[in-house]
Write a protein that binds this ligand. Structure first.
Ligand code: NOJ
Length: 587
């Protein structure tokens, strides 16, 4: 076989057919480019690195690659702050490299989904530079500018137009001395929010999206797209939000999450960009409710195909939010996921445990000890992948990669973690307590380099990686996993195979069994004309027992997949599962 580096990309490469609804049977693999593979030794991943490792992805049996942002960017938020939507950042390569990547993905029968980050741009985007050049700029209204709070002097604490707390700590408003107004940034001050009320902004975004479709991409993952519509009053006013305990800020989300014109804007985008293109449009929607999700994904409304909801990944957040992690209650998780399965029975779900913003699931809800890491990673994969919806695998999840366990603030790179640390210390918190809160949830857990092999930088780079490699790469790495038929990698490969060979995995109706069971996650899938599929999984590090009567499914059926060849045994009226044992049966 030709090495991927020498693919002849000048020849016409096959562009995959895109039948409407093709994504229903698809599995998506997310690549976070700066942490995936570095081909030139500068310590940061790049496009050539992805091309070099595409076979790892293709052989896993996935259908789609979702690429986190590779656009030109000052990298304040690792590329989610874009200064040119139609170019590649030199750190990652060139547009020609991207064309080669698209061709190489298509040649392997896969498709490419690009990240679309248009709630905000970078403050270094020419649109914003023009906008901030003065109040009479033609692009002034492309962003959200407001005067200081009446009776206050701009720049002083409390003069911000609203009390909203930024996702990345501090106020959502930045004072611009030169033009004498504040601009809105829900994320970092280098990520000013675009003003979607302005039709010129919307048309510029749609034109850019059409340009990417013409270049051969097959879909978009739309970053925080349910924040684009702000609840602007008739005179442009934006209200204060309810006070957030323990901070001097308020919660502005009622005025920018699932806002009044959100559905209208997405419907317009659909009409203007992809009405006839059969792309995959997946909306990232923090704080989305089932009710809104039904609207976003109702095919008749022509908005998007599916959303990323956040309820399940918030179940272990305590009163202090994500930094205040609590033990997960399995019954809560099951009930929540079942509610989404049933609530979107006429629509479609995205299924995920991990992405570049979430800690590693095997450390979070599995057991990353040497004894149970592999079994728990497999079982978490099984319960997710056998549900109805499109599964998303985040790089390294297929290896059972774990949280990194950083112990010093110097180890962290993520703006969210660093800003939170600084804000807490300013409020007099004990640094050790703050670090202990950050360690299990920091986004950097997802961003340590992909572990390719057991060499010093895990085969990620020949240079110095931009963020430390997890020391467990000597054990947990792709080379070892691919060699071992009992690895998490091969288990994920089989899960993907089941989705591609059994219609019931794609289309079957979901029914939760044993909702109250504290250890076992069990459900059936049913489809007219097919035997029933039963998933039964011990989600704990202790043996678990269930009564056979509680399992309405085909316990004696064909075993499609199991974590333990010599596991589950029934005695009398009961079935006992080994720690983290799961089975998928059809009968
Ligand atoms: C959601 C992205 O997933 C996250 O990484 C980013 O920081 C924010 N949106 C802002 O773009």
């Amino acid at each position: 076989m030709t090495s991927p580096r020498h693919l002849d990309t000048t020849a016409t490469t096959p562009v995959p057919d895109r039948e409407p609804g093709w994504w229903r049977s698809a599995v998506v693999y997310q690549v976070y480019p700066r942490s995936f593979a570095d081909s030139d030794g500068d310590g940061v991943g790049d496009l050539q690195g992805i091309i070099d490792h595409l076979d790892h992805i293709a052989e896993l049996g996935v259908d789609v690659v979702w690429l986190s942002p590779i656009y030109r960017s000052p990298q304040d938020d690792n590329g989610y702050d874009i200064s040119d939507y139609q170019d590649v950042d030199p750190m990652f390569g060139t547009l020609e490299d991207l064309d080669r990547l698209i061709a190489a993905i298509h040649e392997r029968g896969m498709k490419l989904v690009m990240d679309l980050v248009v709630n905000h741009s970078s403050d270094e985007h020419p649109w914003f530079q023009d906008s901030r050049s003065g109040r009479d700029s033609a692009k002034r209204d492309w962003y959200v500018w407001r005067p200081p709070r009446p009776g206050h002097t701009g720049g002083e604490p409390g003069a911000e137009p609203t009390n909203w707390h930024s996702f990345f700590s501090g106020s959502t408003w930045e004072w611009d001395e030169a033009s004498g107004e504040y601009y809105l940034h829900l994320f970092s001050r280098k990520q000013p929010d675009l003003n979607w009320e302005n039709p010129q902004v919307r048309e510029a975004v749609y034109a850019m999206m059409r340009w990417w479709l013409d270049r051969g991409v097959d879909g978009f993952r739309m970053d925080v797209i349910n924040l684009i519509s702000k609840a602007v009053g008739p005179d442009g006013e934006l209200p204060d939000g309810p006070a957030k305990p323990g901070t001097r800020y308020g919660d502005g989300s009622p005025f920018y999450m699932n806002g009044p014109r959100n559905h209208e804007f997405l419907h317009e985008m659909h009409r203007e960009v992809y009405a006839d293109a059969a792309i995959l449009a997946v909306a990232e929607t923090p704080g989305v409710t089932l009710e809104h999700a039904r609207l976003f994904t109702d095919p008749a409304r022509r908005e998007v195909d599916m959303v990323f909801q956040f309820e399940h990944v918030g179940l272990d957040h305590g009163p202090g939010g994500k930094w205040d992690l609590q033990p997960l209650s399995l019954p809560d998780l099951k009930l929540n996921l079942a509610a989404w399965q049933e609530g979107l029975a006429a629509g479609w779900n995205s299924l995920y445990w991990n992405n570049h913003d979430q800690p590693r699931v095997v450390s979070r809800w599995g057991d990353d000890s040497p004894e149970y890491r592999v079994a728990s990673a497999k079982t978490l994969g099984t319960v997710l992948h056998m549900m109805r919806g499109t599964p998303y695998v985040y790089q390294g999840e297929e290896l059972g990669m774990t949280n990194v366990g950083f112990t010093s603030i110097e180890d962290y790179r993520d703006i969210e973690s660093l800003n939170h640390y600084r804000e807490q210390l300013e409020h007099g918190a004990d640094p050790a307590d703050v670090l202990a809160g950050i360690a299990p949830v920091s986004r950097d857990n997802a961003r340590t380099p992909m572990q390719w092999d057991d060499s010093p930088a895990a085969g990620f780079t020949t240079g110095t990686p931009w963020i430390a490699v997890n020391p467990n790469h000597t054990e947990v790495n792709a080379a070892a996993a691919r060699r071992d038929p009992g690895s998490v990698y091969h288990h994920y490969r089989r899960l993907h195979e089941l989705r591609h060979t059994h219609d019931i995995v794609v289309e079957g109706s979901f029914r939760l069994l044993l909702p109250e069971h504290e250890q076992v996650f069990a459900y059936t899938r049913t489809l007219a004309g097919s035997p029933t599929l039963l998933v039964v999984a011990n989600m704990s590090s202790e043996p678990a027992t269930v009564t056979l009567a509680g399992l309405a499914g085909p316990l004696a059926g064909e075993v499609l997949l199991t974590t333990h060849d010599d596991g589950a045994h029934a005695a009398g009226e009961e079935l006992t599962l080994a720690p983290w044992e799961s089975r998928v049966l059809l009968g």
